[in-house]
Write a protein that binds this ligand. Structure first.
Ligand code: DON
Length: 239
């Protein structure tokens, strides 16, 4: 009701010349909002923020309930949602979790074992000072988004916003395929991957992660903040 873009989207679903039977009419999808450029969009994602203050202190923070709304239990009287991080343990070897990740004995639900985590809040330093602060939500795609952003900046010398925007390619051992974003991976690259024996699939969500990065240029005393246009709620803010 507060978004003209979303109202326009709903309006286009209405046929002015025909009654819509009630069983064909269903609730809206807030995730559509981002894809049509509307301002507000509720993400199912984990949250990441990167901060550098005026003194050069840096924070890279990724925090999560795991899946959307966690375990969907609220602690009575507090409003605090409980997470479902138990899914990051392996219920038994070979059985994938929500992200298709396959854990092993080390991730069993037992004392002295650890859950899997892809969360990789990262601070890269140069001469002992923060140079690149970066992180992302996205389950198993987090490592991919963070790693590719770092490679784009350091190895490919891209500016930090271009590095975040660049299309992502993901592989996580199992399932044994390469996942690409819906847009941005040239067809000849997809065909070359297929010729090498890769099974290339388009991510069922269309895009992966939400990287937030800050590049520090100490010589010029400048901070370059990069937000991820994949989500309407992403932003880079200066002070
Ligand atoms: O620790 C992990 O890797 C997962 N619990 C992260 C979950 C996540 O990023 C969900 N957001 N998309």
């Amino acid at each position: 009701m507060t978004s003209p873009a979303y109202a326009g989207h709903i309006r286009r679903l209405i046929d002015p010349n025909r009654h819509a039977p009630s069983e064909e009419v269903t609730h809206g999808d807030s995730l559509v909002l981002g894809t049509i450029g509307a301002q507000f969009q509720e993400s199912r994602e984990t949250t990441h923020f990167s901060i550098v203050d005026r003194w050069g202190n840096a924070v890279s923070n990724t925090y999560t309930l795991n899946w959307s709304y966690g375990s969907r239990y609220v602690v009575e009287g507090t409003g605090i949602l409980m997470n479902d991080e138990m899914d990051d343990f392996s219920i038994k070897p070979g059985v994938p979790n929500l992200y298709g990740l396959v854990g092993a004995e080390a991730n069993a639900i037992q004392p002295n074992k650890r859950m899997l985590s892809s969360m990789t809040p990262t601070i890269i330093t140069k001469d002992n000072k923060p140079f690149l602060v970066v992180g992302s939500p996205g389950g198993s795609r987090i490592i991919t988004g963070v790693c590719q952003t770092i490679l784009n900046v350091i190895d490919h010398q891209m500016n930090v916003e271009d590095a975040v925007v660049a299309s992502r390619v993901h592989s996580q051992w199992l399932p044994d395929h390469v996942v690409i974003e819906k847009l941005g991976v040239p067809r000849d690259v997809q065909e070359a991957l297929a010729r090498k024996g890769h099974t290339v699939v388009v991510d069922d969500y269309g895009y992966m992660g939400e990287v937030h990065a800050i590049l520090v240029d100490p010589e010029k005393g400048l901070l370059f903040g990069a937000f991820d246009p994949r989500w309407g709620t992403s932003s880079a803010v200066g002070y």
